[in-house]
Design a protein around this ligand. Structure first.
Ligand code: CA
Length: 235
């Protein structure tokens, strides 16, 4: 039934990009809602509870960053930012405010659809925290989401619950940098003030346990000053 399809809210003022996105998404069996301004987007957000938001940063009434701020006060729906801006500052700002990913115009269909799928996988993380099942493989590392276990070359690695949650979160966003703040917010919640040190200690323990030496980027890449990213297979 159509009620089972993912509902995607597109907040974008440029008609040609709206049309492009709508056609692409509907063809791929998603339901689409369109908001032309920041205010309209926020209204639709609250009325229709979409599964994902595709957000333009340059909106006629307010900056798209304002949309992220407003929505994130009450809501964890994944937000995929689509913008012509390519500067790093806006990217980190949008991610730190709670956007889940970032794609720069002009983008290809395949690239956008891959980001949409990745963002919806991330939603699964916030909803069910790994109970959705399935497995993740990278080199000789295997994550079993149903059992919540991690193994390297077939040997199970004993992680704490927090360490596992961090690694699982990174794996759900494979290839994408997650800012320190976004990891801390998802793992410890928005009210936690433990600071970045807690994350660094957990990350050091994870890397030690999976046999990763400093500077070794086989599994986890430390993007200095920005965040962490789990690697991708290079075939
Ligand atoms: Ca725009």
């Amino acid at each position: 039934m159509s009620s089972n399809r993912y509902k995607i809210l597109v907040v974008e003022d440029e008609a040609n990009i709206c049309n492009l996105l709508e056609t692409m998404l509907v063809t791929n069996n998603y339901q689409v809602l369109i908001g032309r301004t920041c205010s309209e987007g926020i209204l639709l957000m609250h009325s229709y509870v979409p599964d994902l938001v595709i957000l333009d940063l340059g909106l006629p009434d307010k900056d798209g960053l304002e949309f992220i701020k407003s929505v994130r006060q009450t809501n964890t729906t994944p937000i995929l930012v689509v913008s012509a801006r390519s500067n790093e500052h806006d990217k980190v700002l949008a991610l730190d405010l709670g956007a889940d990913d970032y794609i720069t115009k002009p983008f290809g269909n395949a690239e956008l659809l891959a980001r949409v799928r990745a963002a919806l996988r991330n939603r699964r993380f916030s909803d069910a925290e790994g109970s959705a099942g399935g497995k993740f493989y990278l080199h000789d590392m295997e994550i079993d989401y149903a059992k919540r276990t991690v193994s390297i070359a077939g040997i199970e690695v004993k992680l704490t619950r927090t360490e596992y949650n961090i690694l699982e979160m990174l794996s759900y966003h494979q290839g994408k940098v997650l800012t320190y703040a976004s990891i801390m917010r998802k793992i410890w919640g928005p009210a936690d003030d433990g600071g970045i040190k807690k994350l660094q200690v957990n990350m050091a323990n994870i890397r030690k346990k999976i046999g990763s030496t400093p500077g070794d980027n086989k599994y986890i890449i430390n993007e200095l000053g920005i965040g962490y990213r789990i690697g991708e297979e290079t075939n």
